[in-house]
Design a protein around this ligand. Structure first.
Ligand code: ZN
Length: 331
């Protein structure tokens, strides 16, 4: 656990450092541009490079700055900054190695022993859309089926190419008759796992290392599916994440380079699922449509519950107006 926090903290620092270096470099380049312009005007035909030491001693303030700029240009701009950035990239590229301690090729849900950090910043900057289809079903609780839909469905034609969302490795390549059909689970260096369901054909093999955008399968409609589509999931240490929090499905790109995972948000989503599932099992989920003249008191009496419970179930504040025709949950 401690290692995750340490790592996360390090990541945040490195990212801000990287950003800082980036802005400093930009500022430097702008300065260099103006300095070079000044320099050229003042030089008027004289050979500017190389400069002798004598020239440097006699130089005006402006040319001294130009010299400094030249030095910075050759050292910082090319060698130093490049190496710093490269080193930062290399160090932050494999959080998955520390997050997961097992590699199970049989099951999607193989997260025994993982510790879920309270928050974790995930680098999603290298994301590639697995297939460029419109959303046919969003992530969330499906009251019609009384179960959670843990991914986003994207329209496609059977045989369309599905590509890897990030660099990673194929963990599960399997078949789930009553659910995903033919499906793949990829684990990525950034700590995320992605799930691709209802495939018609595999391209990638188990344990294969893939790069973002590499074809991994062909789309289809296998398993529990009503038509060709890709069921696409993001998971972090087994916790499902709403893909719409990371991807802008209208623009087909990521919303931000970094996604902040929050254990609290993930837990509340799964509690919602559990609550829905248990109600579905017991058949206890009941609703009452508000009629004219009814109050919370009369509805509570009619449905055998209490005003407090109705308020809680429907998130009603004191003094909230009951609109005729509104559906209230009563159990
Ligand atoms: Zn789906």
């Amino acid at each position: 656990m401690f290692a995750y926090f340490k790592k996360k903290h390090l990541l945040c620092k490195m990212n801000s450092l990287k950003t800082t270096i980036g802005s400093l470099l930009s500022a430097l380049l702008v300065t260099l541009f103006f300095l070079s312009a000044t320099e050229n005007v003042q030089a008027q035909g004289n050979s500017l490079r190389p400069r002798s030491e004598v020239e440097r001693v006699k130089s005006t303030k402006a040319t001294e700055s130009s010299l400094l700029a030249d030095r910075v240009k050759s050292s910082l701009e090319t060698a130093l900054v490049d190496s710093i950035l490269l080193r930062l990239d290399a160090e932050e590229s494999h959080p998955a190695d520390e997050l997961y301690d097992s590699w199970n090729t049989e099951y999607l849900k193989a997260y025994a022993g993982v510790e879920i950090p309270e928050t974790f910043t995930i680098d999603v900057s290298e994301f590639v859309m697995p297939v460029e289809g419109r959303v046919t079903s969003h992530f969330g609780y499906r009251s019609r089926y009384r179960r959670m839909h843990k991914g986003t469905d994207l329209a496609l034609h059977t045989g369309d190419t599905i590509v890897a969302a990030f660099d990673g490795k194929v963990r599960v390549r399997s078949y789930d008759k009553g659910g995903f059909g033919y499906y793949l689970v990829l684990r990525h260096a950034n700590g995320l796992e992605t799930v691709y369901g209802h495939l018609s054909q595999f391209i990638a093999i188990q344990n294969e290392t893939v790069v973002a955008g590499q074809p991994i399968a062909l789309g289809g409609s296998t398993g529990r599916s009503t038509g060709p589509h890709l069921h696409f999931e993001f998971r972090f240490l087994g916790q499902e994440i709403n893909p719409a929090e990371i991807i802008d499905f209208d623009e087909l790109c990521i919303k931000d380079d970094f996604y902040m995972f929050s254990k609290a948000d993930a837990t509340s989503a799964s509690q919602k699922y559990t609550a829905g599932a248990s109600h579905a099992k017991k058949g206890k989920l009941k609703y009452h449509r508000v009629r004219k003249g009814e109050t919370l008191q009369t509805i509570a009496r009619k449905t055998g519950t209490t005003v407090d419970k109705l308020r809680k179930l429907n998130k009603l504040k004191k003094g909230a107006i009951l609109h005729v025709g509104k559906s209230l949950r009563t159990s």
